[in-house]
Design a protein. Structure first.
Length: 335
């Protein structure tokens, strides 16, 4: 069996010390001649030497690793978010460890603890069920940098903020402009803070148009395709001419349910989603939605977290990102 090439082998071949090789490969070899640096890099390539991260971690006290916890890997919103996380991690020489907890609180706590045990440098938590208490007890006490998505951790915590209020307003403006007044909403019964703001923006703009959204017009359902599908009958019981689904997955499930009930979208009922996931362009009719810049969210969240890991004393960082309406085929003027 072939033996793994070690830093010692490389140092011997290059005729320098192990420390010299280590400093050159870690980008700290300015004090060595160009000739020595080139020789070390060339031999590294020829011999196929891959640095041992465990040994490196002991010296550098960092695994250059971030943990990312999302509620549902099956939702394309989160796979697009992760694409952004991966891009920026790669640029900044970090590796993300990604976990989807399938909306299971216990699983989320398990992953969180395991990530901390494995000494990740920081965490991005895009999960609603991590309580402020858990954050205080586990993350703050251990001095682990973190960034929350969809929740406001307070003014001292770094944040990527999406304008959910404006998103709700744009949704209301669009449906009202099409002449709809009998509007229903589908959303979870324990919404995260961003969803509450989204709904508040929606209601407030409807009120400005003298349309009252009664509590009974809001159907509570899990924020998944199945949740949207299961909400169909309750939604139809409200006899709406338009529905605002709090995210695209819910909207897609609902459209399936409406189709099975012989209800045509948008001829009988307009359906408006939220997120702008890639599937929206591939369903019939194509889904009208509010676009969230989710890849940018992943990139920015990762950038802010790595800045924080590298300088824990800097002031809280805040990035604001806009939303906009993507008008497609699932909404239409009231007949
Ligand atoms: O689809 C996932 C939803 O959960 C998004 O709308 C996002 O904002 C989060 O709250």
């Amino acid at each position: 069996m072939t033996r793994k090439v070690t830093i010692r082998d490389l140092a011997e071949a290059a005729g320098v010390s192990v420390t010299t090789v280590s400093q050159i490969l870690n980008g700290k070899g300015e004090r060595f001649s160009l000739d020595t640096r080139r020789r070390v890099h060339q031999l590294q390539e020829e011999m196929g030497y891959v640095p041992d991260f465990n040994a490196r971690n002991l010296i550098m006290k960092s695994a250059q690793t971030i943990g990312v916890l999302v509620p549902n890997l099956g939702n394309p919103f989160f796979s697009m978010f992760i694409r952004g996380v991966q891009e920026t991690s790669r640029e900044r020489h970090f590796i993300p460890l990604i976990f989807g907890a399938n909306h299971d609180e216990q699983l989320e706590s398990y992953y969180l603890e395991e990530l901390i045990k494995r000494a990740v440098d920081g965490l991005i938590i895009a999960s609603a069920s991590i309580t402020a208490e858990a954050i205080d007890n586990i993350l703050k006490k251990n001095g682990i940098p973190y960034l929350l998505i969809d929740q406001n951790g307070g003014p001292s915590v770094d944040r990527v903020r999406i304008n959910d209020e404006q998103g709700g307003q744009l949704a209301a403006d669009h449906l009202v402009a099409l002449g709809h007044q009998k509007i229903a909403v589908v959303m979870p019964d324990e919404p995260t803070q961003n969803l509450q703001i989204r709904l508040a923006g929606f209601k407030q703009r409807l009120a400005e148009h003298h349309i009252d959204l009664a509590d009974s017009a809001v159907t509570h359902s899990e924020m998944t395709k199945l949740g949207g599908y299961q909400a169909t009958k309750a939604v139809l019981a409200q006899h709406p001419t338009a529905v605002f689904a709090i995210n695209d997955e819910t909207a897609l499930g609902l459209m399936r349910g409406l189709h099975e009930q012989g209800v045509s979208v948008p001829q009988d009922i307009s359906v408006l989603g939220y997120d702008d996931i890639d599937l929206d362009e591939y369903v019939v009719p194509k889904l009208t939605t509010i676009h969230q810049p989710v890849v940018t969210m992943g990139q920015q969240a990762t950038g802010l977290l790595i800045n924080r890991i590298q300088d824990q004393r800097q002031a809280a960082q805040l990035v604001d990102l806009p939303v906009d309406l993507r008008e497609r085929e699932s909404t239409a003027p009231l007949k």
